[in-house]
Design a protein around this ligand. Structure first.
Ligand code: C2E
Ligand code: MG
Ligand code: MG
Length: 685
């Protein structure tokens, strides 16, 4: 008998059994080491004896049980039984004690600790009484149906007949499917069965439009009884009227499916949702993704700042995670600092990586907890259904493995499972992870390349160009990592950092006696089109560095502007209203319509290196350059030639009345101190 009760896995059913006992009894979760975890169910007798509300009792019992470690664990390991002295103080302040006998219950691969009084009031005898279960079933207000492993109904209890409006005694139903079809919206084949087969139980709520009280809402639980290692021999279905207030049972149900700290679904509910999401995805030929998240530095925070702050942080992380997924997705807490995400309708690795990035980016913002500013770093492993697994265990296990790879790769990053398919994506993700770290580890540096006035050879300003010294690889070109930074959204912090560096550097040069120097900073697509606080950020950086706005120039390429002409123009206008100048970078390589030049709120054109390279021999390039320069001059725009490498190119540009040049002929981009040196020496063209 006890084995059967064990098999009625859902806590809901545990609870019914507990309620049938007249003595205080409760059930706690055990982890794989048999260490007790949360109290999942307790009966009213226990709650009465303890003298508190059920939720408080659960916390209290958890505390008492954890106090008796490690004896309890050792005894359970030895013979599956242990004793426990329950010593508490009731709300009136009176001490009370109860000797409990505890035993280990195994349900599927979960383990539970069942505790009830020892000695005279021992309930053990009762459990073994034959016929108890049928007495319980008869007396229950809940409807119960028992079927064989194929779903053919073998027996129903009187309450079920009552609530379905059937003749008492006669089930009259041939199959669970028919029974369930009486409730609106329950899809037995599509929803219920897949979960039941995978998880051993299913739970849902549905209305019964036909019974004696049409429209009543019922909570329905199904559990499979399995033979050791074999398939289901029976299914038990339980129908209970949905109570409108949060009854004890609901609270316990809630406990069984939700994480008490964060209120997120726990692993078991996540598993249920994943099974139905997989069934849904299979029917529609869609994919989905499972993300396994582990905070990298939670232990340090928890140990150094205390557990209550750690708890607050976990709650805040939970809220952020929920904000970055859609309503149909699921965020669950596995325990500790581990979370699971179920993202529906994700078709491929790229889409999954994008979703993963959203998570990383949203957690990258600092958390303010009790006046501490906390930075959380997280490692994320991703699996895709159906590619990386077709059942919950495999998907979660593989996502966990991928998460460990992300940790191996230096934490704070993403890793996709199934290396063969996603090698390229993973290579990019690795670089992206490194980018993210590079930012915090100070691996970036800004170089400055002088811009020189052609008529007098004077350095008038410089372009800020980012450099990345990656410890393992060496110097990586911005041509390689800027597109990735764009894609991952990291360009926003990177761009902001370059701007701040450049402004402070230039202000320092002003203060050192070069008050006319201007600095040019490159703006990327995402910054111009998607950074909604760009203008505010620019204004704040200018204020903080005290650099006059007219000494800052932003370089924007034509291709960026053409992505969304209207929006770009609007933002560029606002930037210019601050007094900042704008130049059109790489002119000639994109759309290059001279017509647009008139419309764009710009001050300068930078002619791309491609047109300068073959000067003055290539007749076409000569014509183009001359055309651009005369057009620009007539529009009152300043012209800069990029990539000037030879004396011949320089002479030609000078004759063509180009204003400024930038190129290796005069200087390569230089680190800050070298650039300062060049100015101090008074180098000229
Ligand atoms: P860009 O804005 O057109 O920058 C000019 C590029 O031409 C620089 O390459 C510079 O080193 C190179 N260059 C200058 N003179 C010569 C020359 O005489 N010969 C040759 N062959 N090359 C010359 P760099 O520094 O590798 O930057 C490449 C691109 O990366 C930049 O093109 C810009 O689009 C982007 N970039 C660099 N730094 C940043 C940044 O901080 N933010 C953003 N968003 N983009 C950046
Ligand atoms: Mg540029
Ligand atoms: Mg350029």
């Amino acid at each position: 008998m006890i084995n059967r009760v064990n098999d009625l896995s859902p806590i809901h059913l545990f609870n019914i059994i507990l309620e049938s006992l007249d003595v205080p009894a409760f059930i706690c979760e055990l982890d794989h080491d048999l260490r007790p975890g949360p109290c999942l169910a307790l009966n009213q007798a226990a709650s009465r004896w303890l003298g508190f509300a059920p939720a408080e009792c659960a916390a209290l019992l958890e505390g008492v049980v954890s106090l008796s470690l490690p004896d309890l664990v050792a005894d359970l390991k030895q013979d599956g039984r242990a004793t426990l002295d329950l010593e508490t103080t009731n709300p009136q302040g009176q001490a009370q004690s109860l000797d409990l006998g505890c035993r280990l219950l195994r349900v599927h691969d979960h383990r539970y600790l069942f505790c009830r009084p020892d000695g005279e009031t021992d309930a053990k005898g009762e459990w073994h009484q034959p016929g108890l279960s049928s007495r319980i079933l008869k007396g229950l207000r809940e409807g119960v149906a028992v079927s064989d492993g194929q779903g053919r109904v073998l027996a129903t209890n009187p309450a079920l007949a009552r609530l379905l409006g059937l003749e008492p005694g006669g089930g009259g139903q041939e199959h669970l499917e028919q029974l369930l079809s009486r409730f609106s919206g329950v899809d037995y084949a599509g929803q219920v069965l897949p979960v039941l087969e995978d998880q051993g139980f299913w739970r849902g709520a549905a209305r019964n439009p036909l019974g004696p009280f049409p429209g009543t809402l019922y909570q329905i639980s199904l559990a499979s009884l399995k033979e050791d290692g074999g398939g289901a021999t029976h299914h038990v279905a339980l129908f209970s009227e949905q109570a409108w207030d949060l009854s004890t049972q609901d609270q316990l149900l809630h406990l069984a499916h939700f994480d008490p700290l964060t209120g997120l679904p726990n692993r078991s509910l996540f598993g249920e949702r994943l099974v139905s999401a997989m069934a849904h995805a299979r029917r529609r030929g869609l994919g989905l993704a499972v993300l396994f998240l582990d905070l990298d530095n939670f232990k340090t925070i928890n140990d150094s700042l205390g557990h209550s702050l750690g708890d607050e942080l976990l709650k805040a992380v939970a809220r952020r995670l929920q904000e970055c997924v859609r309503a149909e997705d699921t965020v669950a807490r596995l325990g500790g600092d581990e979370f699971l995400l179920l993202l529906q309708d994700i078709g491929n690795a790229t889409a999954a990586a994008m979703a993963g990035r959203r998570v990383l980016n949203s957690l990258a913002e600092p958390f303010m907890i009790e006046r501490h500013e906390l930075f959380v770093s997280v490692s994320v492993g991703i699996t895709l259904f159906p590619h990386d697994g077709e059942d919950t265990e495999t998907l979660i296990k593989n996502a966990d493995m991928a998460m460990y790879r992300a940790k191996d790769e230096g934490k704070r990053g993403l890793h996709l499972y199934s290396p063969a398919l996603n090698n390229e994506v993973n290579r990019r993700l690795l670089m992206e992870n490194n980018l993210r770290k590079g930012l915090t580890r100070g691996e970036f540096e800004v170089y400055y390349q002088p811009k020189v006035r052609l008529n007098d050879g004077q350095v008038t300003g410089m372009e800020a160009l980012i450099r990345w010294h990656q410890p393992e690889v060496g110097m990586i070109s911005p041509v390689e990592f800027i597109p990735l930074a764009e894609e991952s959204g990291l360009i926003l912090p990177i761009g902001e950092w370059v701007l701040r560096e450049a402004c402070h550097f230039t202000k320092a040069l002003h203060d050192a006696g070069q008050p006319d120097l201007s600095v040019a900073v490159n703006l990327s697509t995402r910054q111009l089109l998607w950074q909604f606080d760009l203008v505010d950020m620019l204004e704040a950086t200018l204020a903080e560095s005290e650099l006059p706005p007219q000494n800052l120039e932003l370089e924007v390429t034509e291709s960026v502007i053409m992505r969304n002409l209207e929006a770009s123009i609007a933002t560029m206008r606002r930037i210019r209203e601050l007094g900042i100048r704008i130049s059109l970078d790489d002119f000639g390589t994109g759309y290059s319509s001279l017509f647009y030049l008139k419309k764009l709120p710009i001050d300068t054109i930078k002619i791309d290196r491609a047109f300068v390279r073959d000067l003055p021999h290539n007749r076409e390039d000569v014509a183009i350059i001359q055309g651009i320069i005369s057009m620009a001059r007539s529009l009152n725009l300043e012209v800069v030639a990029e990539g000037v490498e030879t004396r011949e190119q320089l002479d030609f540009l000078r004759q063509s009345h180009c204003h400024l040049m930038q190129g290796f002929l005069f200087s390569q981009p230089l680190p800050g101190p070298a650039f300062t040196g060049l100015l101090e020496r008074g180098d000229r063209l």
